[in-house]
Design a protein around this ligand. Structure first.
Ligand code: ITT
Length: 199
């Protein structure tokens, strides 16, 4: 049987990151009845896989099993060309246990200085996974390329948004309106693929 997501389905959004949860809700546009991982008291599984796709599936599967609901998870991160793709899947971990992204952005800047990098190209990746409690899962990946800028600019986004200028724009993801980000982001691009696969 082909996997399909019907409008109005109850879906647990398996993230403990408030910025991501907000963007996913915006991108899903009231198509589903969303339940948060927090409201169900779901624990955060250890992200033991080595890829965005692997970790997204791991999080969706854990939430689907624990809740008995279809689960949607996002694993995402910032990859810097001159740092061989770091922080990548370790993007959240670079912010430490207190999730301090001011420090994480300083760390990116320091690593670029150490490497005497001239190339500030970077990209964001989002892997979106949907898992059914009975086991099957679907996972897709979206990406947006851009350039890093320092010091950070803008308060509108989350995570590394204030240092990332998406290609074609001259403002950071922290400076543009959320709806504009939702139109072009890695997460929106992954969601377009998910729609094609499941709706
Ligand atoms: P969950 O696993 O609970 O979803 P998390 O924050 O730990 O939350 P990840 O492991 O996927 O999520 O870490 C991705 C990190 O990459 C995240 O903490 C952000 O700081 C950063 N990131 C991902 N998407 C981003 C975006 O659109 N803008 C800025 N930073 C982003």
């Amino acid at each position: 049987m082909a996997l399909k997501l019907e409008p109005g389905t109850r879906l647990v959004v398996a993230t403990h990151n408030a910025g991501k949860a907000r963007e996913l809700a915006e991108i899903l546009e009231n198509r589903f009845e969303l339940v948060t991982a927090g409201s169900l008291g779901l624990h955060e599984p250890d992200e033991t896989e080595t890829t965005f796709v692997g970790n997204a599936l791991l999080k969706a599967r854990a939430a689907a099993e624990a809740s008995g609901l279809i689960a949607l998870a996002d694993d995402s991160g910032l990859s810097v060309v001159a740092l061989d793709g770091a922080p990548g899947i370790y993007s959240a971990r670079w912010a430490g246990p207190g999730r301090n992204f001011t420090e994480a952005m300083k760390k990116v800047e320091a690593r670029l200085e150490e490497a005497r990098a001239q190339d500030f190209s970077a990209w964001f990746t989002s892997a979106l996974a949907v898992a059914w409690p009975s086991g099957p899962g679907v996972v897709v990946e979206g990406r947006i390329d851009g350039t890093l800028t320092f010091p950070p600019r803008g308060e509108k986004g989350f995570g590394y948004d204030p240092i990332f200028i998406p290609e074609g724009l001259d403002r950071t993801f922290g400076e543009i309106e959320p709806l504009q980000k939702d139109g072009i982001s890695h997460r929106a691009r992954a969601f377009a693929k998910l729609k094609a696969a499941l709706f």
